[in-house]
Each structure stands twice: as C-alpha cells, then as structure tokens.
Write a protein that binds this ligand. Structure first.
Ligand code: ADP
Ligand code: GLC
Length: 498
C-alpha cells in the first residue's frame, strides 16, 4: 500500500463554495483539493440542500445513480446522486450531491429552519437517510474508495454501518474509515427511540447511548466505529480527553480510543484567503507593498458607514453567535472597549439575544461600533483585509480558521489560549516581535481587556507594528503539511491491506 495513491471518499454536510455555515465548509473544500494535489483521487459527497445553486454550479444528473430506494423505518425514500466538479487552481474534485427533495432539496437551511432559527425537528431522519443512502450509493458507484473520510455528527452513523450492516460487503472489505470531529458542541443527540429508523443491529445501540441510556449520539457512533478518529488541533484533542466540559458525552469513549485518536491542525486555502489575489477586496496587497491594506481599511469603514479616520485602530470579529465563541466576553467588555480610542466591527449571526444587544450598542456608539447581522462572505473578506486587529476570545475553539486568515492579511489576532488558538498564535512578549499575536488565558473580561490594551499600545509603535504585520503575513498555514499528515494516517490504517 505504501507507494500507492489513494482513492478517498470525503463525506461532509457542507462545503464551500456550495453551502457553508462555518469552518467545516472551508475545510471540506480545501482538504480534498490538497489531498488531490498530493496525488490522491478524491471525491466528495454532500447534501443538495435547497440553498445549493444548481445552475451556477452546473449540477447534473447521473442516470445510473437515480431514484435508489432507501428504507427509513417503514417508509421508503428515493435518493439520487447528482454531480459537478469543484475546480481549483490545480485540481478538479468530483462532487456527488445527495439528492432527496423531502429532506434536503425543499429546505434552504442546512441544519436549522432559516426563519425560526430552530433545528429541524427531523434532523435525525435526515442524517440517517444521508448515511444509509450513501452506503447504498457506494455499492452502485463502480469506484471503491480505500478511505472513507467522515466529518462530524451528520456522518457519524456511516462508520457504524460500515462495521455492521455492510461489514460483509466484498467491495468494501479493504476500505478503512476515518472520522473527524470538528466540534463536540454538536454531538447529534436524539431520543433513543429514533434508533429503530437506522436499521442498525441492537449491539450498536448499546455502544452509542448517552445520558444514562435515554439518548443516542451520532457523533459517538463515529468515534466508536471509525478505524481512526481525528480532530482539528492537537490542543483540542488533549482538551477533549481531559476536560469534562469540553469532552462532554464522548470524553470517556475518546479516552478509550486514545491510541487511534489524532489531532491534525487545519490549514488555510490561500487561493481563497490571500490579500494578493482575494476577489472580494478592493485593493490587493502583499508583504512587499502594504499600501492596499489602508485602502481596504477605508473601504471597510465606508461599507459599514463609520467615519473614515485611518489613524484609529480597527478591531474586527467574524463569528457565529454561539457560546463557544466568547460572545459573553465581548458583551461584557463592549462599553469599556468602545471608550478606548478604536473602532470595532462585528459580523455575526445566531442567537437572537446577542443580535438585540449589539443593535442597541450600535445605536449608542454609531461612530465607533458597526454591527452587521447575517452571513456575508464579502464583508468577512473585507474585515480580514481592512481591520488592524482580529478579536477571537473563544471559550473553546477546536481549531479556528479566521485567526489564521487574519495573519495572512497582516491583521493581528487577539485570542484566548484554548484549542487551535493556543496551537497557532504565539504571544507577543514586550516588543521583540517573536510572537504573532496577543493571547490571554483567563475567560474573564479583565484579562481580555488587559491584552487588548497591550496590543493598542504597541500599535502606536508603527515600526514595530509593521514588523509584526510582515511576520504574520509570512507565516505558512497552508494545507500541504496537514494534508500530508492525513495521508500518513490513511496509509498507516491501510498498511495491512494488500
Ligand atoms: P467555526 O467553524 O467554529 O464557525 P472557524 O473560524 O473555523 O469557526 O470558521 C468560520 C468560517 O465561517 C470562516 O470562513 C468565517 O469567515 C465564516 N463565517 C462565520 N460567520 C460568518 C458570517 N456571519 N458571515 C460570513 N462568514 C462567516
Ligand atoms: C468547527 C470549529 C472550528 C474549526 C472548524 C473546522 O466549526 O468550531 O474551530 O476551525 O470546525 O474544523
């Protein structure tokens, strides 16, 4: 197996540019492309939600993969695969869209109703159908993967199917399955009663129950049945096994699997997130010529209708409004923050209570604070490019991508020491510029404010700051190294296979 290039089926629930709610979408697009650049053959599966633009992406039917009947409890659902290519700079990844009108095609939201912002009540049915349907589709594909790479709870049942119901399938006898945890916050927990819809044997039920046996977790299924489990930074891997609050319901299961559990840091797709060629930003710039950075700062302030005062530092944040992201800290600090000589721009969506709070603050500080509620890809790029600093005070963070993007745009991260943030940002000490950002430890407003003030003070030393920006921009977090680690892992799993 050692020198053979691999066939990898990458299964996910979102991928940029088709559909994305967060970092999983970025990873699911970039990692398959990097694996292909390393010489492997990768195909990607994702649901065809109503939000996927069929015309724009030229998605077409595959006649032989049409209307396949899948049992879901007593019902039969028809599923089909449609297809297109994700064309990158050097690669072309074949995409299979999992198509079923009732559960995916008729809905704009991925996991939640876009109007109510509540999880769809039948998410269990949707992702049981997805997992089961993919198993049937693999049978008909005529292309046998060496590796099936699953991501997060939405795909967690696939390893369980592979090891039980489909365990005797001749074509898959040499196939290994990897399961990546992007976030334990979403464990895919449902009442035990839904288990009967899966058609999995009773032995699986015992393995995947949680909460004193009254519920089951699809994430746990992935952890129990995959040949190897990974997560998206080394620090988060360690935290999951040692901190109750983070490991949650799978902490003990992960500990049991510690010999098969790996932390592999995410990378950045520099064909998308790079100030030299970013299609969303008005002025391109590079280490050699930073002048465009100021133009982007001006555009950012104009876009958000803030007064254009270019000497005043701008701090930016792009986030989901979730407890994980440290929104409570931002909320607690915001008035102190806005009383400093700076501007703060916040792009986010999620929990309504935060929306209302930040809207009020915006009314109170219209010259210093801009808040954009919603999902806005263009503005996300403009913030990365136009801000001077990037604030990410996460309570926990499996990896985090936006701080890595910020580095590339010379936008200096201010982060809390947790998970992937701890693994990727080195604290600036004094003004020796050995560090790459500002890092605080305690999940407290005071600690965060102290570090922000330290950054603001050093920002006044222009010579130092430019050195720091150039250092940040020169760092290489491309996918190359991490994709190689995945390939090493795949090959290790396959080493006994002839
Ligand atoms: P997470 O996956 O936990 O949300 P990451 O830092 O890994 O965090 O990735 C977040 C991704 O989602 C980035 O590409 C970021 O730009 C994007 N993003 C998050 N919120 C928004 C938003 N409101 N509008 C546009 N992009 C967003
Ligand atoms: C999750 C995590 C984030 C990570 C992303 C991609 O959404 O919250 O930290 O970067 O997945 O792995």
């Amino acid at each position: 197996m050692k020198n053979k290039n691999l066939k990898i089926l990458f299964i996910t629930s979102e991928a940029s540019p088709f559909v994305k709610t967060g970092g999983l979408g970025d990873v699911s697009s970039a990692l398959p492309q990097s694996l292909m650049e390393l010489g492997n053959e990768v195909r990607l599966v994702l649901p065809k939600y109503g939000a996927v633009d069929e015309r724009k992406f030229k998605i077409h039917e595959i006649v032989r993969l049409k209307d396949i009947p899948i049992h879901l409890g007593n019902e039969i659902e028809l599923v089909s695969m449609r297809s297109c290519f994700l064309v990158g700079n050097k690669t072309k990844v074949q995409i299979y869209f999992f198509d079923n009108q009732k559960y995916f095609g008729s809905r704009k939201g991925l996991y939640q109703d876009v109007n109510t912002k509540k999880d769809y009540p039948d998410n269990h049915e949707r992702f049981i159908l997805y997992a089961k349907g993919i198993m049937e589709l693999i049978k008909k594909l005529g292309w046998t993967p060496d590796i099936i790479h699953c991501n997060d709870w939405q795909t967690g049942l696939i390893p369980a199917y592979l090891k039980t119901v489909y365990g005797d399938l001749e074509i898959l006898k040499d196939t290994k399955v990897v399961f990546t945890i992007h976030n334990v916050e979403f464990p895919g927990v449902f009442p035990k009663e839904v288990f009967k819809l899966t058609g999995l044997p009773e032995s699986v039920l015992n393995e995947i129950t949680v909460n004193d046996g009254s519920k089951i977790s699809f994430l746990k299924a992935g952890v129990v049945y995959a040949d190897a489990v990974t997560t998206v930074s080394e620090k988060y891997a360690e935290e999951l096994c040692t901190i109750d609050e983070l490991g949650g319901i799978i902490k003990n299961t992960l500990k049991k699997r510690k010999n098969d559990f790996y932390g592999i840091i995410n990378g950045v797709d520099y064909s998308v997130w790079n100030p030299e060629n970013d299609k969303y930003i008005p002025a391109k710039f590079s280490i050699k010529d930073l002048s465009g950075k100021t133009e982007n700062k001006k555009s950012l302030l104009e876009y958000l209708k803030l007064p254009v005062e270019l000497d005043v530092p701008v701090i930016g944040t792009i986030t989901r409004f979730a407890e994980q992201k440290g929104i409570d800290l931002i909320e607690g600090a915001i008035e102190d923050l806005l009383n400093l000589d700076l501007k703060y721009v916040l792009l986010g969506q999620g929990d309504k209570k935060y929306q209302q709070f930040f809207e009020k603050i915006q009314k109170k500080y219209p010259e210093k604070f801009a808040f954009y509620y919603g999902f806005n890809e263009e503005l996300a790029h403009l913030i990365e490019a136009g801000a001077d600093m990037y604030l990410m005070p996460s309570k926990y963070e499996p990896c985090g991508l936006t701080q890595l993007y910020a580095l590339k745009y010379g936008t200096i991260p201010i982060v809390r020491y947790t998970g992937g943030l701890a693994d990727t940002i080195i604290r600036v000490n004094g003004n020796d510029a050995n560090g790459t950002g500002f890092v605080f430890k305690k999940y407290e407003v005071e600690d965060m404010m102290k570090e922000i003030k330290r950054a603001l003070k050093l920002y006044q030393d222009k010579e130092f700051w430019i050195k720091l920006m150039k250092k940040a921009m020169s760092l290489d977090f491309s996918w190359y190294n991490s994709a190689k680690k995945y390939v090493e892992l795949y090959k290790k799993l396959l080493k006994d296979v002839k």
